[in-house]
Ligand binder design. Structure first.
Ligand SMILES: NC(=O)c1ccc[n+]([C@@H]2O[C@H](COP(=O)([O-])OP(=O)(O)OC[C@H]3O[C@@H](n4cnc5c(N)ncnc54)[C@H](O)[C@@H]3O)[C@@H](O)[C@H]2O)c1
Length: 251
């Protein structure tokens, strides 16, 4: 046993979508879970999950902002103690409009990198000292199969999610000696509420048709891989990316 099966869990981007499914799944295991999101509704979402009395704490955190990340972690440590699991799920994704490469302006490019890449860095940097003191920790970064196949009119997003894989590998090498593992999960097209609302149906249908298991993916399909990588059962797995897409991308 390495002890990560018991400690507090931080899930970013947990106000809705797939992040909320991860947070709910950890809470169901009886873990203390910090539901973190830039969106203020995360506080209400955590209340709906039982609130502080049930171990669900809603924390407003902008992962791209160093001060916000520091303040949020200070609050989580005060309420729960040092986190043993960090799920870096927050990303600019459904809120990001489709753009051809020639239409992406520098400001949008930088914002995507700030949220999708700087965000996991800032959160990991804040979580790691506690994990090292504990001698155990799990970081699970959410990438995307877009990193492998390219994304439709999402050059910035695909580049950021490929960056998450490099970040995962490099960080895994640096922190393994302290008992901390760093892995990534790469979902394929998954019908979170934002995707269902905003994505054209023909794009969703094409994703389904490209799979070995030809059905729509839902947020709960991603939960097993994240729970596994966060558990003591995965203590000797690090630097890896698990694709969860019903069998489209084979690595
Ligand atoms: N749904 C898919 O098809 C799919 C496929 C591959 C990868 N992913 C990845 O899975 C994750 C979740 O996907 P989703 O469909 O639920 O996306 P989503 O866009 O619905 O959810 C993202 C969440 O992150 C939050 N967020 C955005 N910027 C933030 C910031 N600066 N600080 C803190 N929180 C912030 C949003 O408020 C939102 O709650 C993302 O990392 C996404 O890139 C999704």
């Amino acid at each position: 046993m390495t002890g990560t099966d018991k400690g507090p869990v931080v899930v970013t981007g947990a106000a809705g979508g797939i992040g909320l499914a991860y947070a709910h799944a950890f809470a169901k295991q009886g873990r203390l879970v910090a539901f973190c999101d830039r969106a203020e509704r995360v506080v209400e979402v955590a209340e709906d999950a039982g609130g502080r009395a049930s171990g669900a704490l809603g924390v407003v955190m902008d992962v791209a902002d160093e001060l916000s990340v520091d303040a949020a972690f200070a609050r989580i440590e005060e309420e729960f103690g040092m986190p043993s699991v960090l799920v870096n799920n927050a990303a600019l994704f459904v809120d990001l409009p489709f753009s051809r490469w020639q239409d992406i302006d520098v400001e949008t490019w930088d914002r995507v990198m700030a949220v999708n890449l700087r965000g996991p860095f800032l959160c990991a940097r804040r979580a790691l000292p506690g994990m090292e003191r504990r001698g155990a920790g799990r970081i699970v970064n959410i990438s995307s199969t877009t990193a492998h196949v390219g994304g439709h009119q999402r050059l910035h997003y695909a580049a950021s999610k490929a960056g998450v894989i490099g970040f995962t590998r490099a960080l895994a090498r640096e922190v393994g000696a302290f008992g901390v593992t760093v892995n990534a999960v790469a979902p394929g097209s998954t019908q979170s509420e934002g995707v269902r609302e905003r994505y054209p149906q023909d794009m969703l249908d094409r994703a389904v048709a490209a799979r070995a298991i030809p059905r729509a993916a839902i947020p709960d399909d991603l939960v097993g891989a994240v729970l596994f990588l966060a558990s003591d059962a995965a203590s000797f797995i690090t630097g890896q990316t698990i694709v969860v897409d019903g069998g489209h991308v084979f690595l």
